[in-house]
Design a protein around this ligand. Sequence first.
Ligand code: PEP
Ligand code: MN
Length: 368
Amino acid sequence: MILILKPNIDTESREFRRIEEHLKNFPNIETRVHRVQGAAQVLTEVYLIGNTAALALEEMKSFPGVEHAVRVSEEYRVLGRHKDDNRPNHFHYNGVRFSQDNLHIFAGLCAVDSPKSVEEMMRALRENRQVCTRMGAYKPRTSPYSFQGHGKNCLPFVFELAGKYGIKVIAMEITHESHIDEIREALAKTGNPTGVMLQIGTRNTQNFELLKSVGRQQEFPVLLKRGFGITLDESLHAAEYLASEGNQKVIFALRGMKTNIGDPHRNIVDFAHIPVVKRLTRMPVCCDPSHSVGSRGRSSDNVLDIMHVTAQAVIAGANMILVDFHPDPSVALVDGPQALRMNELSKFLEDVAIVREAYEKRVALYKE
Ligand code: PEP
Ligand code: MN
């Protein structure tokens, strides 16, 4: 059961102590308190874990400090949707609203290679009125001999350039908890010119200790990629690890599943799960067409497979698109073959706008 306390009520209040007193009658019930930062206020949510069937929902709702109580009816306690659950399906970060109802494009470099590439990328983003990007500094690579990313050394120039070009949120993969501190320090040293969304890559979806570390901080939102060889349920539980530690600002990313059945694409596209994730949980859903398709294949209609797959995501209600671009893919140090070029950005965005409009018309069609 989840108790959502009234906005001015916290765990120090007399009202909360009354609830605690009542719960002492139920020794098999444990409480976990989450402080959830909304746009205007901080809300306290109390998760009751254990034999909560013994609690009467109406009685819990009637406590003076309780705004709303929800009986957990489904899996994914924190991020899931439950019966009569009116908790939000959105969050704000650095002035940007992430929601199951809107859409953001994160076009950027798979891996940061040089200040020049970063600047060219960010200049193109500003010209196209974009405030989000992706920039890989810590790269998990199949071979230990491949370029591993510039790590913390590139953070100062990436953040400074982001500030210069008005970028508000950078999706950046981390592979170790120490990277959180490196990012926090580099942001502070450069005067916090931008924001970072910590990305957990598909190879780390079930790195539970990393998930717990990322979940314990609430400063940065998290982009969790679906594990490429596990079930959707297992990946959604991974997201729940983040939330159960206190961070509910989580976006769930589909990026294709590893199987040769997807050939000649790098992975088999799994964007049919967008509505499933939106139905089961309150997380906005991201799709990564670049790592799904993995190449610049193009069909007889002259449209890149990456564009077609992006359209499939957007028309099904995706809330974020994470896509690789590079000013000169032939010299990119990671994933050059799947990178789009700067002069393809405006058409990419135009294509997305066409499809988003079609998605909105489709939703209107089914509204009673
Ligand atoms: C990436 O986005 O750069 C990446 C490595 O993705 P994934 O974890 O989905 O392979
Ligand atoms: Mn990549």
